[in-house]
Design a binder for this molecule. Structure first.
Ligand code: 6GU
Length: 245
């Protein structure tokens, strides 16, 4: 998968060279290219923003540098004929595991990171008319720009690209995968730590009992913190109390 990122703060993306995604880049599974938007601003101060049409607070990113930068990326030698351009925005559709799975199937993603009060909307219109464009939010809170949201999305998408995660089994049991329940709590040694015990069932060697306990934990956890995620057949009275007693 090829990933292009456009930002006025390329330094944010140095973290993509670390850990799992760094290894994926070294293995050639993910090809990340970061572009400084200011390279497409040609005045003395490399200006990328201006005052909002209609007035109001803050600044808006000018369309011309975005046009030059995105045209360059889309026309580059090894660009895909049908990439997806993603503009991170608190006004976008909300990113979730389903979208991550969908985007992990793509050959080429382009992330356009806005700052200030956002990017002149004509950039969205222009590239929407020419191909696939999505405005995407990572949740209901406000960040200063799209950079951190882009890193979060690339981490979620990248680990679903075949070969990036060593043991694919570790992808299926997780929160939001398969049945949509949250993950069960995990423990390791020692069996006692500061008076807190590892739940005895996990040390019993009874795999069926361990599986049943983990499923119960997933249901109870989901019921407590994210009841809207419970499938209809699991809504209603708690069943966990009896099993845990
Ligand atoms: Cl994608 N961008 C910004 N600036 N804030 C956000 C966001 C994105 N998602 C949630 N808040």
């Amino acid at each position: 998968m090829r990933i292009d990122i456009v930002s006025i703060f390329p330094g944010y993306f140095e973290s993509l060279g670390l850990s799992l995604l760094g290894r994926a880049s070294q293995k050639g599974l993910i090809d990340v290219r970061v572009h400084d938007l200011r390279d497409a601003a040609h005045d003395r101060h490399r200006t990328v923003d201006d005052t909002p049409a209609g007035g109001g607070a803050g600044m808006v990113m000018k369309p011309e540098p975005w046009g030059e930068m995105l045209d360059g990326i889309l026309a580059s030698d090894d660009a895909d004929p049908d990439p997806v351009i993603i503009f991170p925005s608190p006004a976008g559709e909300v990113f979730d595991q389903r979208m991550a799975r969908e985007l992990a199937e793509e050959r080429h993603l382009v992330f356009g990171c806005g700052r200030y009060e956002g990017i002149d909307h004509r950039v969205f219109d222009e590239y929407s008319a020419r191909g696939r464009v999505r405005l995407v939010s990572i949740g209901d809170y406000v960040l200063n720009g799209g950079e951190v949201a882009t890193i979060a999305m690339i981490e979620a998408i990248g680990r679903l690209v075949p070969g990036v995660v060593g043991n694919p089994a570790s992808l299926v049991e997780e929160s939001h995968e398969e049945d949509g329940l949250l993950e069960y709590p995990s423990y390791t040694k020692p069996a006692q730590w500061r008076g807190h015990a590892v739940p005895p069932v996990l040390l019993s060697g009874n795999h069926a009992a361990v599986d049943a306990w983990r499923r119960e934990q997933r249901i109870e956890r989901t019921r407590e913190v994210r009841p809207e995620l419970l499938p209809p057949e699991l809504r209603g009275a708690s069943r966990g109390r009896h099993a845990a007693d």
